[in-house]
Design a protein. Sequence first.
Length: 242
Amino acid sequence: MTPAKSDSRLIVGLDLPSLDAARAMVDRLGETVASYKIGLTLLARPGGVAFAHDLRARGKAVFQDWKLHDIGAQVEGAARAVAEGGCDLLTVHAEPQVMRGAVKGRDASGANTKLLAVTVLTSLSDLDLADIGYGFSAADLVERRVRQALDCGVDGVVSSPLEAARVREIVTAAGRPDFLIVTPGVRPAGADKGDQQRVATPAEALYAGATHLVVARPVVGAEDPVQAAAAIIAEMGDGPVH
């Protein structure tokens, strides 16, 4: 069978317990997947960052999902280190001091790493935010943080598909059509939503305004990951490219 053509808008999250499992998954997916997200579980393991660099050396786009969150100076140093090592996408939390530090560090590196600000984790509901102490709904907090991200000069945000349309409106009005909107919480039609609260199908997310989709368990947890990835690419179809 001819492998499905990859789609750079699909980022497969390697949410797996070990580097060996992640390597095996990348080998199995082959040319079907061009972009990968590597989260804290793998990055924190010995050799985790080297694995991320190896993937880039193989021609894959790599999203290091550090979700940096510290005082500005520490984030500046960490963002510079990650960018200098080689990274396509890097996440930081969408707080102004954090974002400004990350931009300063990335710029000092001279690298072309794109910085993504995490607005509100897709596992959080409005009730969860109230429990944490926020006086905002998820939608309102996302909007506030998108405006701050634009002011701080990051390259995009991570937000749920349900907020993508409003994010697209805001960044378009701000004259930033190039602004990245990366959406986790994407589930193929009929799939279990797991621990994600604010989800959508691939086509819904793209039409809402997403530029990239992050999909993990529906691919890496599938009996046939290649077929699962190919099916998602098919669902994405000829959706809009923002």
